[in-house]
Design a binder for this molecule. Structure first.
Ligand code: NDP
Length: 251
């Protein structure tokens, strides 16, 4: 009985930011449990190669989650080709590590637009196309939506992920009537391009030192939690923000 609850056969899943990193690991996990997966990302070459590597059951579409018209069109297209949408995972995200006193208005806006507004718009459009009986939305939030993880400078990122977590709680209440569950996972530091780009090397040492488990997380460790939340095994979970951080925020 429990094994069957995890199965996603016949389900259609959209994973934003699925071309690499945590999103790509989520694509693998959802595919392994039987879902047809649509990767929606800006990274066309990587996304197309990733989709092809599964040998079927995974497709790639170009999407900028900040372009609300494109988001609407993409979900309408996926729903018309596949009869609806069952699962959305929002992994598209960007970070910024500038000191707040140097942060340009454009940089703040971009982080909020991708992480917070992009997540909301995708969740809303997915919900419009979810089949009768409901669906599951899993946002990749962050422990940085719960704590200000000083000494790193990331006011915009923290604010964007805090917004994601509260939007998730709001949407969980609003969409419950339609049988749609909405949850977020809140990872600690995971070794991906996001944690490499524009980050001094000694920050990694600092992150490891502050993590009780003593290492960074791996994308597949986040993906297994996402697959659980996407499945019927989590049928009584909605509005939850699930920390998965090697104990970082437990101090
Ligand atoms: P990656 O940078 O490896 O992956 C993010 C993906 O999202 C990239 O393919 C990126 O493309 C894409 N993307 C960025 N902006 C957009 C956009 N506007 N529209 C569509 N796709 C976009 O990062 P991670 O896998 O590490 O991060 C995935 C999620 O997990 C993010 O939301 C991040 O905030 C969150 N997270 C990550 C943690 C970590 O330590 N790695 C910790 C906690 C949360 P491109 O490269 O072209 O920008």
């Amino acid at each position: 009985m429990y094994r069957e609850l995890l199965e996603l056969n016949g389900k259609v899943a959209v994973v934003t930011g699925g071309s690499r990193g945590i999103g790509l690991a989520v694509v693998s996990a959802l595919r392994e449990f039987g879902a047809h997966v649509v990767i929606a990302d800006l990274l066309d070459e990587q996304g197309e190669a990733a989709a092809a590597s599964f040998g079927g059951g995974v497709e790639y579409v170009h999407l900028d989650v900040t372009d609300s018209r494109s988001v609407e069109e993409m979900f309408a297209d996926v729903a018309s080709r596949h009869g609806g949408v069952d699962i959305l995972v929002t992994s598209a995200g960007i970070a910024n590590h500038q000191p707040s006193l140097e942060l340009e208005r454009d940089a703040w806006d971009r982080v909020l637009a991708v992480n917070a507004t992009g997540t909301f718009w995708c969740a809303r459009e997915a919900a419009r196309h979810m089949r009768d009986g409901g669906g599951s939305i899993v946002a990749i939030g962050s422990m940085s939506g719960e704590i200000a993880n000083a000494p790193q400078r990331q006011a915009a990122y923290n604010a964007s992920k805090g917004a994601v977590h509260l939007a998730v709680k709001s949407l969980a209440i609003e969409f419950a009537e339609q049988g749609i569950r909405v949850n977020a996972v809140a990872p600690g530091y995971v070794g991906t391009e996001l944690t490499k780009e524009g980050v001094p090397e000694d920050w990694w040492d600092d992150w490891v030192r502050r993590t009780p488990i003593g290492r960074l997380g791996r994308p597949e460790e986040i993906a297994s939690l996402v697959a659980f939340l996407a499945s019927d095994a989590a049928s009584y979970m909605t509005g939850s923000i699930v920390l998965i951080d090697g104990g970082y925020a437990a101090w």
